[in-house]
Ligand binder design. Structure first.
Ligand SMILES: [Fe+2]
Length: 326
């Protein structure tokens, strides 16, 4: 029998998956897969196109997130810079490039499926988040269902009320699912009054329902978290409903006041969303475009902080630019 990577889960924890906010325990931090040496090796095996390198300011009310270029830096050099500077790395789609971690992710999801009634995790993916002790991640949503397995360092996570349009309006979620916005969404510090706040230690998992807004502030040490993502029929339908609503609003001027993922209306909008995607593919030969940030700095070990700014115009989604300027 495989070793379980979960620890001390209650029946309620298994039952609440995708339905509520859960803090539970795991043992990923004891696998030895995430030491500095292992991280350097993982980074060396990760294609540049699937590694996001970011830095940011210190004020959570300002959106000053920028992304940069690896510029040929080795895994070891990048890990040293994360220790010394203020970087946030996202190694994306690990399941494709890191077989040892892919196996761990499958083991976890297989166990969750076997113990959580009705829970299915299809389209499994995983990202490894490696960040400096003072880094922070702005207010955002993740489109798939998202689970944050914390492994090293300490971070504070604010989790805002789920399925509540005061914190992520229907229009904003439509723009995220329609590809007009990145997953970063407008933030108001007043939202914090309604957040659940967790100081997360190695060996703890946080998870919440799909599209729940959250933000993160690291509290100390080099932070490593595995962010696993999955979809299933309901999760795909929820994204498709938002995407269809976005299309109807943009091209037909029709505002749909329901974003429910259940019922005949959701099925119909899922069909519309799939037809739109098929039409786009047949006419332009390409999939939906998702917002991407310009690379506005490069890793440069000779520069202060290991970062050299590039002479490019930084691209920021209009909604976030408005939020920053007001
Ligand atoms: Fe997230």
């Amino acid at each position: 029998m495989k070793r379980s990577l979960l620890r001390g889960w209650t029946n309620d924890d298994f039952h609440m998956l995708e339905k509520g906010v859960i803090r539970a325990q795991h043992q990923l931090h004891e696998t030895g897969l995430f030491s500095d040496e292992s991280l350097a090796q993982l980074l060396d095996n990760q294609p540049d196109d699937f590694l996001t390198i970011s830095t940011m300011g210190s004020d959570p009310t300002r959106f000053d997130w920028i992304e940069g270029d690896r510029n040929g830096a080795s895994g070891r050099e990048i890990v040293e810079l994360v220790h010394a500077g203020k970087l946030w790395l996202n190694m994306r789609q690990l399941m494709k490039f890191q077989p040892a971690i892919a196996q761990v992710v499958h083991d976890i999801y297989d166990e969750l499926e076997s113990k959580s009634p009705g829970f299915t995790a299809q389209d499994r993916s995983a990202n490894l988040l490696i960040s400096s002790s003072t880094a922070m991640v702005p207010y955002h949503v993740d489109m798939p269902v998202n689970m944050l397995w914390h492994i090293r360092g300490k971070k504070r996570v604010w989790v805002y009320p789920h399925f509540d349009h005061r914190f992520a309006s229907q229009t904003v979620l439509e723009k995220v699912c329609g590809g007009e916005l990145s997953e970063d969404i407008p933030y108001d510090p007043e939202f914090d009054h309604y957040a659940l706040v967790f100081d997360v230690e190695p060996g703890q998992l946080l998870t919440w329902p799909q599209l729940t807004p959250h933000r993160v502030q690291n509290l100390g040490g080099l932070c490593v978290s595995l962010s696993t993502e999955h979809k299933n029929a309901r999760a795909r339908r929820r994204i498709n409903v938002h995407e269809a609503n976005y299309w109807l609003r943009k091209h037909v001027g029709k505002f749909c006041n329901s974003a429910s993922a259940e019922g005949i209306g959701a099925q119909a909008r899922q069909a519309l969303s799939r037809a739109i995607r098929l039409g786009r593919k047949l006419s332009a030969g390409k999939a939906k475009e998702q917002f991407v940030y310009t690379k506005s700095f490069a890793i440069d070990l000779q520069s202060p902080g290991g970062i050299r700014m590039l002479d490019v115009e930084t691209r920021t989604p209009e909604l976030l630019r408005e939020a920053v300027s007001t």
